[in-house]
Design a protein around this ligand. Structure first.
Ligand SMILES: [Zn+2]
Ligand SMILES: [Zn+2]
Length: 340
């Protein structure tokens, strides 16, 4: 089969690999769509390799069940599914509580295990979620970033039952926009987002953001008084200072962005507000609360409303080009999807 692999810092390429065979409890999927995200860009552009050269990347996978390994049940060949790309030990204390995202030995498909920029992938059957009829598979692949949003909001105690008075999202990339989508699906009444580019602002409005704020100096948000600020930029951005300024007394900052170095923040500002900082990693499945299941439910309920997030489709044969588009700030890209 064809597979999109990491070659080393700044380099990806298409390679040939044997078609993987499902082991016990595993399933082979034919990939229909796999989204490319900021994490993939961070991995490829990191000056020091974070994953092994030769790794098959891609963790936002949607596909069709092809073959079941021994003992794998609950799904039939031909069914459309998305994959929760976690490989957790299942045995440590967090795992036993359903907190897979903080498993002591967490790995991800598409990082340290072979991922979905390929014709096929093998994953455990218990990581599959059925895609309802009528939800196109490239849209269904958004379940991954949507589950990140669901998990972060839930960790901060924000959901349908207890919406924050005022939510501010920093950054309008695919994760920031996913937070808008989930917040509006849950009926939050005051959702604002900062955006750098006009196409991001336009999408945020279409997803139902009440306010779109041009990215400007942090002081512009003095007195904004958001009960919950969700940071989605990460990298080397100075957004934690902005978060402290925009936060209401007693508020919470949820960190979804992946920071690549030490943070700058204003400790006196956060002290004076008794701020809570909540880091959030991936998604989990506490009893009755699988974040992925909620993400699929939201995507299915609102169908086509989210297709605008899918700005570019690139055939797997042109895998390198997907990274060029996603890495080019001027391309207008939000979500680049690789299609085998
Ligand atoms: Zn991702
Ligand atoms: Zn574990």
């Amino acid at each position: 089969m064809r597979a999109g692999v990491y070659r080393g810092p700044g380099e990806v390429a298409l390679a040939e690999r044997p078609l993987p065979e499902p082991g016990p409890g595993e399933v082979r999927l034919r990939i229909s769509a796999c989204g490319l995200c900021g994490t993939d860009l961070h991995l490829v552009h990191s000056p020091k390799p974070i994953i092994d050269p030769g790794s098959i990347m891609g963790h936002e996978m949607a596909g069709v069940v092809d073959e079941l390994g021994a003992g794998a049940s609950g799904f039939a060949a031909g069914e459309a599914v998305v994959v929760e790309p976690l490989a957790s030990c299942g045995d440590c204390e967090p795992c036993r509580e359903g907190r897979d995202s903080i498993c002591r030995d967490l790995q991800l498909y598409g990082l340290r295990r072979p991922g979905g920029f390929a014709d096929a992938v093998v994953v455990p059957v218990h990581r599959l979620y059925r895609v309802p009829d009528g939800l196109p598979l490239p849209v269904a692949a958004l379940a991954e970033p949507f589950a990140v949003a669901v998990h972060g909001l839930r960790l901060c105690g924000a959901d349908q039952a207890s919406p924050p008075d005022r939510l501010l999202i920093l950054g309008a990339g695919s994760i920031g926009l996913a937070v808008v989508a989930v917040a509006r699906a849950w009926g939050f009444g005051d959702v604002a987002i900062t955006a750098r580019y006009p196409h991001q602002a336009e999408l945020a409005k279409r997803l139902g953001a009440h306010r779109v704020i041009d990215e400007g100096p942090a002081d512009d948000l003095t007195g904004y008084d958001a009960e919950l600020v969700v940071e989605t930029v990460g990298g080397l951005a100075d957004t934690m200072t902005t978060a402290g300024i925009a936060l209401a007394p007693g508020g919470t900052v949820c960190v979804l962005g992946v920071f690549m170095g030490p943070l700058t923040l204003d400790p006196l500002m956060l002290l004076g507000k008794e701020a809570r900082l909540q880091w959030s990693n991936c998604y989990a499945r506490r009893p009755g609360e699988a974040d992925f299941a909620e993400a699929v439910r939201i995507l299915a309920a609102n169908g086509g409303a989210y297709s605008g997030l899918l700005t570019h489709e690139v055939p797997l044969a042109e895998f390198e080009r997907a990274f060029e588009i996603a890495g080019d700030k001027g391309s207008g890209a939000v979500k680049v999807t690789v299609i085998p």
